[in-house]
Write a protein that binds this ligand. Structure first.
Ligand code: NAI
Length: 373
């Protein structure tokens, strides 16, 4: 904290340039404009070469999941202070490269939690009642009134893999529907309601009528659902994946469904997803009965977009104005309370000797006093 600097902010706000890509919610634009920042909003993602050029004079960058922020893309981004991912995942950003350049990255960890949880619940019922299939038959003029292989979900067991924000929300909603809930997480988690923690995946598979995945994409979760896991699932059970496409080995799932071992599956995410809505999409899961396929829309609701459109700018503005890195995914959390009448310097350096003494000298040469360090 440095007292005695002339201006309330060390850099004029109207010279702070914000670049928003990929059609970010208008609420974000409004939040930055209300702060007095300059905002440019584009509806598209930019590629590496375009980013190298465009980021030369940008201070704040907002992206969604399509823009890949590589080390090379940040080559000319010498003014870039921070990056906001207007989504949950941050795999599209080279977080280490950003950290080495002193750029904290923020995301929206809770913005679409509820949306994904609600869709998961809807899919559980749709699978149990074969609603996807009946719907497409009716659209093809087929009236097929059957009850064989259609079930209530009440009293059935739901196994949740990954008991984080979404998994635990699914747990609460599922109990409201009368499902019994088991979960497995690599971290010890407080069970909500009557949910029961399992010690292993196999313990969960053995009892679950529905298995739903809510884990992040990590080396450990890559293909965590493969042939041995499908074999360990109960005969006639169902799989739901609205987490990441890398988690499920698709050929193994196809085999488990075609052999009749699994009674159905709902997939919202895929190992390879089209870049644009206009691109065709192919998967070996197409045309398999009782398979619900959706185009990565688990978190895609008006409410989630609005939540994200306010949550991320709030974090970015707080960082620009006060140096708070609380909630950043690649920086230690620094969050000092504001101190009236002082200015703050956030210094990120490469842990070499002598930097702090140089900063102290600059400050004292300005005739300012360091109140807190
Ligand atoms: P979170 O970080 O709150 O929870 C993830 C949980 O998985 C944590 O509790 C973690 O300990 C656990 N976990 C990690 N590795 C594990 C492993 N090997 N085995 C068991 N548990 C493991 O994340 P959140 O917000 O609940 O999101 C979950 C997933 O949902 C993420 O992959 C995210 O990308 C995806 N997602 C998908 C959306 C969609 O549109 N379909 C929208 C939002 C999120």
């Amino acid at each position: 904290m440095i007292g005695l600097l002339m201006r309330r902010t060390s850099f004029p706000k109207n010279q702070i340039k914000v670049l928003l890509l990929e059609n970010i919610h208008p609420l974000a634009l409004e939040a930055f404009q209300a702060e007095g920042f300059q905002v440019e909003a584009l509806s598209v993602a930019l590629n590496e070469d375009e980013l190298k050029e465009k980021l030369k004079d940008v201070h704040v960058l907002g992206i969604r999941s399509k823009t890949q922020i590589t080390d090379a893309a940040l080559k000319n981004a010498s003014r870039l202070l921070t990056i906001g991912c207007f989504c949950i995942g941050t795999n599209q950003v080279d977080l280490r490269a950003a950290k080495m350049k002193g750029i904290p990255v923020f995301n929206a960890p809770f913005g679409n939690t509820r949306s994904v949880a609600e869709m998961t619940l809807a899919e559980i019922i749709c699978l149990a009642r074969q609603l996807g299939q009946r719907n497409s038959e009716m659209h093809q003029k087929v009236w097929k009134k059957i009850s064989n292989g259609c079930f209530e979900v009440r009293g059935k067991t739901l196994g949740i893999i990954g008991y984080g924000h979404i998994g635990s929300q699914v747990s609460t909603l599922a109990e409201g529907l009368g499902l019994r809930v088991l979960f497995f997480d690599i971290i010890s988690k407080l069970p909500l309601g009557n949910a029961k923690s399992c010690n292993s995946l196999n313990e969960l598979f053995k009892e679950s009528d529905f298995v739903t995945l809510h884990v992040p994409a990590t080396p450990q979760t890559e293909k965590m659902m493969d042939t041995p896991e499908f074999r360990a699932m109960k005969k006639g059970s169902y799989l739901i994946n609205a987490s990441r496409g890398t988690v499920v080995e698709i050929p193994a799932l196809v085999e488990a469904l075609k052999s009749g071992h699994l009674a159905g599956a709902a997939l919202d995410v895929f190992p390879e997803e089209p870049e644009k809505n206009s691109n065709d999409f192919y998967t070996d899961l197409q045309k398999i009965p009782n398979v619900i396929l959706t185009p990565h829309i688990g978190g895609a609701t008006e409410e989630a977009q609005a939540n994200i459109g306010t949550e991320v700018p709030a974090a970015l503005i707080r960082f620009v104005n006060s140096g708070s890195t609380s909630g950043s995914v690649n920086f230690p959390s620094v969050d000092l309370t504001p101190n009236a009448g002082t200015n703050r310097i956030l210094n990120v350096h490469k842990n070499v000797p002598g930097v702090l003494s140089k900063i102290t000298r600059i400050v004292s040469d300005l005739g300012a006093n360091i109140e807190i360090q």
